[in-house]
Design a binder for this molecule. Structure first.
Ligand SMILES: Cc1cc2nc3c(=O)[nH]c(=O)nc-3n(C[C@H](O)[C@H](O)[C@H](O)COP(=O)(O)O)c2cc1C
Length: 303
């Protein structure tokens, strides 16, 4: 196995850091790796907010509700940035609708994450540890204020970086056979599907308590109704423990909460300046329709 493959397959998210700053030139190398990541049309529709001041790190950790973040000396908040391109287009007398259309956002989101992950891998290669922080999305409004993000710049995820206090464990994944399909998608038989997840999460479960069972049942009811909730609760009660699917969707990333939050999340994106028109509003003008790219999707290979 070469060094790159070793690094990719033996990494683990790091949540305990040494009390040691990341030197400026090291941080710079990470950033250079990030901005050289592939990006649709070579447009780089993202901005990265580098956070090193202890007060700001505490604030970010508080917003994300994860105390361990305070120990990481360097944080990068990755944002889709459809604002800088808008300014550039305006200054260059070019048309622009990327902050009002779904397709550019879809690509920008991918570009942003790809940039982040190049930095994550680069960090690992330099002996640093890192962990992604997802709740940056839920805290979009506060983080936009904190980082003074203009409209059409929205935080997607952040990465906490530092020197690892100990080597993070390598966590099991689904086997390739469970995620890769030759040529066409094929459903795994139920037994094989259950076996694949059982192998991945071997040894992880939680004993059922009355309080957690009630919370679990509430989530099931809120997402799929009372009859379903009773069935799920009975299964957990009989087993005497929650399995990982029940823990993840019933008690961690609660299925009913996710449904309730969706309108809020869409509202936050709108408030952040990304309001997509409805299908009707989005109809091209007569002149535009004549040039509609129905034949093939737009492709650009800017160098
Ligand atoms: C988009 C994303 C968001 C994540 N958010 C968090 C987080 O908020 N807190 C955390 O401790 N880990 C977070 N993680 C790390 C995952 O928990 C971790 O990657 C997963 O459990 C697999 O473990 P491993 O990275 O050690 O292999 C996140 C990872 C990703 C990709």
């Amino acid at each position: 196995m070469n060094q790159t493959l070793k690094l990719l397959t033996e990494r683990g998210s790091c949540r305990a850091f040494k009390d040691k700053k990341v030197p400026r030139d090291v941080a710079r190398r990470l950033i250079e790796a990030g901005i050289h990541a592939p990006t649709g049309g070579n447009l780089q529709p993202y901005s990265v907010i580098k956070i090193e001041k202890p007060g700001a790190i505490r604030e970010l950790a508080g917003l994300c509700g994860q105390k361990f973040m305070e120990k990481a000396p360097l944080h990068f908040v990755y944002c889709v940035d459809l604002h800088r391109l808008k300014r550039w287009a305006a200054l260059q007398y070019a048309p622009y609708s990327a902050d009002r259309s779904l397709r550019p956002f879809w690509l920008a989101f991918q570009d942003t994450v790809i940039c982040a992950h190049s930095m994550c891998v680069a960090a690992e290669s330099l002996g640093l540890g890192s962990v992604y922080i997802g709740p940056v999305f839920d805290q979009m409004a506060a983080i936009r204020r904190m980082c003074r993000l203009p409209k059409a710049v929205v935080p997607v995820v952040s990465l906490a970086v530092g020197y690892p206090a100990a080597r993070p464990p390598v966590r099991r994944r689904l086997a390739p056979e469970a995620v890769v399909h030759d040529e066409v998608y094929r459903e795994l038989p139920d037994k094989a599907l259950l076996a694949a997840y059982a192998e991945k999460y071997k040894g992880i479960s939680e004993k059922v308590s009355a309080e957690r069972l009630a919370a679990f049942e509430r989530t099931c009811e809120g997402s799929q109704g009372g009859a379903f909730a009773r069935k799920c609760a009975a299964a957990a009660r009989t087993a005497g423990y929650f399995n990982v699917a029940q823990l993840r969707f019933g008690l961690d990333y609660k299925a009913d909460l996710m449904l309730r939050l969706t309108p809020k999340h869409l509202g936050m994106l709108k408030a952040a300046g990304l309001g997509w028109p409805s299908a009707r509003q989005g109809k091209p003008s007569r002149a535009g329709a004549a040039h509609e790219e129905a034949v093939r999707p737009p492709v650009s290979r800017l160098s």
